[in-house]
Design a protein around this ligand. Sequence first.
Ligand code: F0G
Length: 359
Amino acid sequence: MAAWKGIIHAYGDRMNISKSVAPVTLCEGNTPLIPLPKLAARIAPGAELYAKFEGLNPTGSFKDRGMTTAITQSVADGAQTVICASTGNTAAAAAAYAARAGQMCVVLIPDGKIALGKLAGAIAYGARVIAIDGSFDAALRMVREVSDRAPIALVNSVNPARLEGQKTAAWEVCEQLGGFPDWLCLPVGNAGNISSYWMGFSECPGPCRCDVCPRPSRKPQLLGAQAAGAAPLVTGLPCPNPETRATAIRIGAPARAEQALTAIRESNGQMLAVTDEEIFRAYHLVAETEGVFCEPSSAAGLAGLHQAVQNGTLNPEGKRIVCVLTGHGLKDPDSAVAEGADIQKVEANVDALLRGLNL
Ligand code: F0G
């Protein structure tokens, strides 16, 4: 098998980005589609359930797909500095790819509201990290204006080059399944990812060269899940003070709102709100039943699926369902330890250990 060289190498001829420079890549993409039969029995009986585990990308989240394209485009455009607002994962990805491109990277984060592993990444990759006393939404407004007023490239998903990379995940899912899934479930924050998946599915089959999709066949229905405290796309109301413990999706004014709602409508899908309790239940369940450790926000798609099955709006029987697990669990060690911590202390001898284990 030929060595995997990243998504631009694999799919660049179907991406609307500059080809004038060599791709800036960390060999992202090609993430596994992991069967979840035990979880299916619990939350979606009768379904063939899979996780597209995007936490296995080089910086630990799906953001690497959009960042290889955005940074490559910014290099082609001559940018020496890039900037983004972030709830953490975009910051880490931007920092890594900018480091590879020899660019300076500035990241704006909501103070105290990003998970430790994400901050660690941004710092390790050498970004200039700036914390603001405000939400992601405020940070995004600021970086948009900064990139208008100064020669700095904006690499949030308002940048179309981001979507060109992120849409490749849809093609991988089709290739791995040998066709479209019936449903694709995923968390929604700034709404770039759901918009990208719909772009990808809409461009496939056709330009798709996977040669396995039954054509014509029905594109998947999309299920987007927002955190209940940050769910403007569900309520239809402004959300000036988003709140959720799933900090990656703590966003009140999604930049790609219109595109996401169009994707839901065109796919005959649904956008729903899941409580933190539902998110964390799914987060523990997928780790404990299937050995797949994602970050809390990533479990929102699973929680949404569970909710939709329970309320009867999604019949799982005989369906192929893919849940996108957007980030790795190690991104957020505090949630893992605080939430599931059940650490027993025993004296450092075998008798005490056997007693402690009731053996
Ligand atoms: N899951 C994770 C782990 C994320 O980090 C994000 C977004 C999402 C889901 C939602 O994706 O914004 O395209 O709808 N994180 C951004 C960031 C906002 O700054 O890292 P979306």
